[in-house]
Write a new protein. Structure first.
Length: 418
């Protein structure tokens, strides 16, 4: 039976955010504490891997430079010039890894996960060389990181609730495999992560090392869209799902400690920088960057719940693209129960071309169809019926995020609102 767990009514949104951001790491007592019954992480029994960071982190033979830990000091003579003002990197509440990443993920079948996941719930979908995995938002909202290997590729799946963004990176730095964790700090209301090889600080949003011995390095992103659970099951019937019963922590999975945060009229938590006033700070946008040219499309440009699906042609950086949108994905940050959030839909951004032939897409009764062959396509860019069945469109990485986050990290971005 699927369980619905509510949060205690009357708790202020800000208090919930502070509680979640300052949450405990692995909880050893299998019985939830009184605070956990409200959906707020317990602080009674914790294990914090990096609460006493080491000052010289990298090994002599690992190929990485050795130097002080940026978790200890953001000012050291050995560091390259920082890419952001260290004073703007603010404590977010917890110590390093106080929000515990999942370092040894375990997976279950779609049938097993279907016992508790609702079709409307969001999952981060990652597929590499036929290895398809779902990372439910109901787990990521409490952990923010999963260090995994998918299709033989070492990856870190990251999720920032405060900027409503999911990004996956190859967790390899200068040829050296490492893992990533939560630093406990924020930069303009977005999580700051750190690598465990050198304890350099990196911005989650664009995978850039900003303070520390590796400042200036950039991680390789891998497309990992947010899909509804219903879409993931249909598109990847042989996929596997992150197991919420073996995360190493006790959390009220299925509940949202940031209830009410997905508010287009709201303001970001602990945001200190200037806001781009072309749109409300927490308007949902689709962020796309091609050849150094960035554009943000208001979700209202493509969202049409009554139609069920839309196919919107766009041009970014001189490249013609198509944005596919389908209804049926609930916002994980709206209501106290994740599956009950308003319908924000699922987005996919693609190059509309197969074997050099350009395609023109439309949405018909909630299904995507190319006008050239009449083939039917999923929101994941795969043809499932017609002459092109089995073909896949080239995915263009994008971010489903808030305007304040995209405009901060991509200053000068184009903004399209209608």
């Amino acid at each position: 039976m699927k369980h619905r767990l509510g949060l205690m009514a009357g708790i202020a949104v800000t208090a919930l955010i502070v509680s979640a951001c300052g949450g405990a790491a692995a909880v050893s007592d299998p019985e939830p504490s009184a605070t956990e019954t409200t959906g707020t992480p317990s602080t009674s029994t914790t294990t914090v891997p990096s609460e006493d960071p080491i000052t010289t982190t990298s090994k002599v033979d690992d190929g990485l430079p050795s130097g002080p830990s940026a978790l200890v000091t953001m000012f050291a003579d050995e560091f390259p010039d920082p890419l952001v003002d260290p004073a703007a990197i603010r404590p977010g509440g917890p110590p390093p890894d106080g929000i515990p990443p999942i370092d040894e993920p375990e997976f279950i079948s779609i049938a097993e996960a279907d016992a508790y996941l609702f079709d409307e719930e969001a999952v981060v979908a990652l597929e590499i060389d036929g290895d398809a995995r779902a990372y439910p938002a109901q787990i990521l909202i409490w952990h923010e990181f999963v260090n995994d290997s998918v299709g033989g590729v070492p990856v870190s799946i990251t999720y920032c609730p405060l900027c409503n963004s999911a990004v996956t990176y190859e967790r390899v730095v200068r040829g050296v495999e490492t893992t990533f964790g939560t630093s406990g700090r924020l930069y303009n209301s977005a999580l700051v992560m750190y690598d465990r090889a050198t304890e350099t600080l990196w911005t989650h949003f664009d995978g850039t090392a900003v303070v520390g011995i590796l400042a200036g390095d950039i991680l390789e992103p891998i497309g990992s869209p947010l899909l509804s659970w219903g879409d993931f099951k249909e598109i990847y019937p042989g996929g596997t799902v992150l197991d919420r019963d073996r995360t190493g922590a006790v959390r009220r999975y299925g509940t949202n400690p940031y209830a009410g945060y997905d508010d287009p009229l709201g303001n970001p938590f602990l945001f200190a920088g200037p806001l781009d006033d072309r749109a409300r700070a927490q308007l949902r946008v689709i962020g796309i960057e091609v050849d150094g040219k960035a554009a943000a499309y208001s979700i209202n440009v493509v969202r049409d719940v009554d139609a069920g699906a839309t196919a919107t042609p766009v041009t970014v950086g001189g490249t013609d693209l198509v944005v596919l949108w389908s209804a049926g994905q609930a916002s994980a940050l709206d209501t106290s129960e994740i599956e009950g959030g308003r319908d924000v839909g699922t987005v996919g951004v693609f190059v509309p071309e197969v074997d050099g032939a350009r395609l023109t897409f439309s949405a018909d009764s909630g299904v995507f169809v190319d006008q050239e062959t009449g083939s039917r396509w999923t929101v994941a860019g795969t043809a499932v019926d017609g002459p092109l069945a089995g073909s896949k469109l080239e995915r263009v990485p994008h971010l489903d995020t808030f305007w304040f986050a995209w405009s901060t990290y991509k200053p000068g971005t184009d903004f399209i609102e209608e």
